[in-house]
Design a binder for this molecule. Structure first.
Ligand SMILES: CC(C)(COP(=O)(O)OP(=O)(O)OC[C@H]1O[C@@H](n2cnc3c(N)ncnc32)[C@H](O)[C@@H]1OP(=O)(O)O)[C@@H](O)C(=O)NCCC(=O)NCCS
Length: 191
């Protein structure tokens, strides 16, 4: 599977692979209880947790197991996007994303994910992307729907975070669907 490490630029953003210097800038994002409300683990309380996150991200690139990009807006670290649970045989991956609160509701994650999806279905030639979200995460559900993801299932009591039991809504996006919706998009060729 292709692991393209070149930075990706969009109209307003730069997406680049995470590096070992990113922990201090990423810590406040993952320490924000509001942003972490629907995450699969509690908010960070120590910088070391951000250092571990970054280390796993760097190792993911090195070992070609996962891909974690830092989203920069006007040179400021605004968020992250990850592709993980990559399956080369099945040409699929799971997607995760986090945006700092000051950047919410400006179309930034839509713009960033559009670029990552184009990469995934274009040069990486994946066939399917998946997302697992908390059914109460209205922003995340709306974002996925806007991008063309379909609601494919509901798994009760899938997560227990700080003693709180939550369900999962599973979303999926097929390359064929993305391409039919985005026929003019470069790099989106049917196999
Ligand atoms: C989910 C998240 C990434 C959305 O990013 P964003 O840049 O604000 O999203 P966008 O501005 O691109 O908006 C995408 C769509 O979601 C809608 N939306 C965004 N935030 C919303 C909110 N709080 N309530 C309702 N709708 C919302 C937008 O209106 C837009 O819909 P539209 O196309 O119909 O207008 C951001 O809220 C976030 O990082 N949250 C915390 C982390 C998180 O929950 N990650 C997902 C875990 S699965």
């Amino acid at each position: 599977m292709l692991f393209p490490t070149n930075p990706i630029t969009t109209a307003r953003l730069t997406l680049r692979p995470v590096n070992e210097h990113d922990a201090p800038a990423l810590f406040p994002l993952y320490a924000d209880a509001e942003a972490m409300r629907f995450w699969s683990r509690p908010p960070f309380t120590a910088l070391s947790e951000a250092e571990q996150l970054v280390q796993r991200g760097v190792e993911g690139w090195e070992q070609q197991q996962s891909m974690m990009w830092v989203v920069e807006a006007e040179g400021v670290v605004a968020g992250t996007i990850s592709l993980f649970s990559l399956s080369e045989q099945n040409r699929r991956a799971e997607i995760g994303y986090m945006l700092a609160r000051p950047f919410w509701q400006q179309g930034i994650m839509s713009e960033a994910l559009t670029a990552i999806i184009a990469l995934a279905f274009g040069p990486m030639d994946l066939n399917r992307l998946e997302a697992d979200i908390d059914p109460d995460n209205v922003a995340s559900a709306r974002l996925l729907q806007r991008l063309g993801f379909a609601h494919e299932g509901h798994l009760p009591q899938r997560w227990i975070v700080d003693g709180r039991v939550t369900d999962s809504d599973l979303y999926g996006l097929l390359k064929a669907h993305w391409c039919s919706e985005q026929a003019a998009r470069s790099g989106c060729r049917q196999q």
